[in-house]
Design a protein around this ligand. Structure first.
Ligand SMILES: *Cc1c(COP(=O)(O)O)cnc(C)c1O
Length: 357
């Protein structure tokens, strides 16, 4: 099975497992685990910040960041399809009493004009606008890279208005490879940045949140509250450290493989890329009603050994990653027009399937 559902499905490589097995460990809750400490230092340095905190998931790193910047009754501004709003159960509200105001982007991209006039005045009727979050690359925006100049303008505007800024950089290293702009350059505009080791970098577990020393000291308290204090976490941190050292540059391969899929979709009748460009490792496309629903299309592909996700009634998502070879991408790309053709002719019997989005 060629599994294109997500870049989270990767298995640790033999070298990564060896690094994990050999990891030096300590109790990172009582004091320090030396491997976690190394990972945190390397992550902070790569992102040009004073400190980093290792956490179990990207969701936790985002929620820790929300708690760092906002109190109950505060408001954050974010893009309508972003992970923090769309895929974290409204954790900002459930866990921290924070309200989100969503701004509709262009396939996940926001511009300064979208923010202007959005800060509430100081008035006892209103929540306090406190935080701007951006996502780079943008998951539901088909892995698009935020335009750098817009990011700079939005963050400058936010700080000028007394707001804090957080970057959900679950796939920041994809943005780095695609844009040629260094991670610390992207990060320099934000108070905190979250990065994931378990997406394209291919580690089994973990994310980090980075910022200045005082913020990350406070983040450690929030992590403990949320149940994210982990003891001999060096075992998993070693996988993340290995990923950070050896799997960043190779993301360019994932991007090339995504282009192979994109080209096939462009040449397939009844399918359309959304948006029409693919910038990194996520490919989102729409299927015409004549081919059935996205769930039917996904089920038909799966019968032939290629696994994608239906993420809407007509939308499918394919993500390339460490465990997808060029041959796999070519195989999947050949299958797309074949399956579309068979569905259009009614030659493929696919039982009605439950959508999963
Ligand atoms: C996956 C993802 C997260 C959350 O990561 P988990 O480890 O699954 O909790 C956050 N933001 C974005 C953009 C993601 O794609």
């Amino acid at each position: 099975m060629i599994d294109l559902r997500s870049d989270t499905v990767t298995r640790p490589t033999a070298a990564m497992r060896a690094a994990m097995a050999a990891a030096e460990v300590g109790d990172d809750v009582i004091d320090v685990d030396p491997t976690v400490d190394r990972l945190q230092r390397m992550t902070a340095e790569l992102l040009g910040k004073e400190a980093a905190l290792f956490v179990p998931s990207g969701t936790m790193s985002n929620q820790v960041a929300v708690r760092l910047h906002c109190r109950a009754g505060d408001e954050l501004l974010c893009e309508a399809g972003c992970h923090i709003f769309h895929y974290e159960q409204g954790g900002f509200a459930q866990l921290s009493g924070v309200v989100a105001r969503t701004l509709p982007g262009q396939h996940g991209k926001l511009r300064l004009a979208d923010f202007e006039g959005q800060v509430h005045p100081d008035n006892e009727h209103l929540v306090r606008t406190r935080l701007v979050t951006l996502e780079n690359t943008h998951n539901r925006g088909a892995g698009c890279v935020q335009p750098y100049d817009d990011v700079v303008a939005i963050c400058q505007w936010a700080h000028a208005h007394g707001l804090r800024t957080h970057l959900d950089g679950a796939r920041l290293f994809n943005a780095v490879v695609a844009s040629g702009i260094a991670a610390d350059t992207w990060a320099s505009h934000f108070d905190t940045v979250s990065v994931c080791f378990s997406k394209g970098l291919g580690a089994p577990v973990g994310s980090a949140v980075v910022g200045d020393r005082a913020l990350i000291g406070e983040a450690r308290r929030h992590r403990k509250l949320l149940g994210g204090g982990m003891r001999q976490a060096g075992i998993i941190a070693a996988g993340a450290l290995h990923a950070l050292q050896f799997h960043r540059q190779r993301l360019a391969l994932d991007h090339a493989h995504a282009q192979i899929l994109a080209q096939a979709i462009r040449q397939t009748r009844g399918t359309r890329l959304v948006p029409d460009t693919v910038e990194t490792n996520i490919v989102i496309f729409e299927v015409d009603a004549s081919l059935g629903t996205a769930a039917v299309f996904a089920a038909a592909l799966k019968m032939h050994g290629v696994w994608m996700l239906a993420i809407g009634p007509r939308l499918l998502r394919a993500v390339t990653h460490l465990d997808v070879t060029e041959d796999d991408a070519i195989t999947a790309a050949r299958l797309i027009p074949d399956v579309a053709d068979q569905l259009a002719r009614g030659q493929l019997q696919v039982r009605d399937v439950e959508p999963s989005y």
